[in-house]
Design a protein around this ligand. Structure first.
Ligand SMILES: Cc1cc2nc3c(=O)[nH]c(=O)nc-3n(C[C@H](O)[C@H](O)[C@H](O)COP(=O)(O)O)c2cc1C
Length: 201
């Protein structure tokens, strides 16, 4: 069995390389350049709502005919707690003042979770990008099934064998095994710190 060929077939790419999704950094231009070079470009969507995300998908499509990945965060959505938020705002007020930012009226959730974003799911089912990837967790298996039925390949970032088992059981097509050596932030959602570099014998 040739796993590299399996991956190339799944992603419909020339090279078994996925560009790291980086919200705010991985633009349609970067993703399209990577996809045009035969690897899989990625656009990070966690700071976008469904319509902003649709616009980014269409902007990427305008620059490449090749497959690319739409990346989503699947962390547990924040639960609003006004007393706790007020305490944090009071605690941070001197810091805001120090930098001339003035008092903040409320705390906003910057990074959206795909888990409670049905409109994002509907948009993906309509737009049908070739690949969708999940970071910091997994959506419900029924959502993964819906994406697969619509013809989208799914990837999940995992950092332990247990997370990989959860991803396989949820029905994702392939996992991105990320070790504790990762330079940027890791997609851990279950257990900490397992490396991918084998020790020298
Ligand atoms: C600035 C920055 C933004 C990132 N944003 C995302 C993101 O939106 N989605 C994601 O799955 N990973 C994100 N990551 C993690 C990277 O995709 C990658 O998995 C991580 O940096 C490990 O790879 P490295 O060792 O090459 O840095 C981000 C990393 C950086 C440095």
């Amino acid at each position: 069995m040739n796993r590299t060929n399996d991956l190339l077939q799944l992603l419909s790419t020339q090279h078994p390389i996925v560009q790291a999704p980086m919200v705010g950094v991985s633009t349609p231009q970067l993703a399209a350049a990577v996809s045009n070079a035969g690897a899989l470009g990625s656009i990070g969507q966690i700071a976008s709502d469904a319509s902003q995300s649709r616009a980014m998908i269409q902007a990427t499509r305008a620059l490449t005919r090749n497959p690319f990945d739409v990346n989503l965060f699947c962390h547990r959505p924040a639960v609003s707690d006004s007393a706790r938020e007020a305490a944090w705002l009071a605690h941070l007020a001197p810091r805001f003042a120090e930098f001339g930012a003035g008092p903040r009226p409320f705390l906003a959730e910057v990074y959206r979770s795909f888990l409670n974003s049905e409109d994002m799911l509907e948009m993906l089912l309509r737009e049908q990008p070739a690949v969708v990837s999940f970071h910091f967790g997994l959506p419900d298996a029924s959502w993964i099934r819906a994406l697969r039925v619509a013809g989208l390949a799914t990837l999940a970032c995992v950092t332990t064998p247990e997370e990989a088992m959860q991803a396989a059981q949820a029905g994702v097509d392939a996992v991105i095994a990320q070790g504790s050596e990762a330079g940027g932030h890791r997609g851990v959602f279950d257990l900490p710190m397992i490396g991918t570099s084998a020790p020298s014998p």
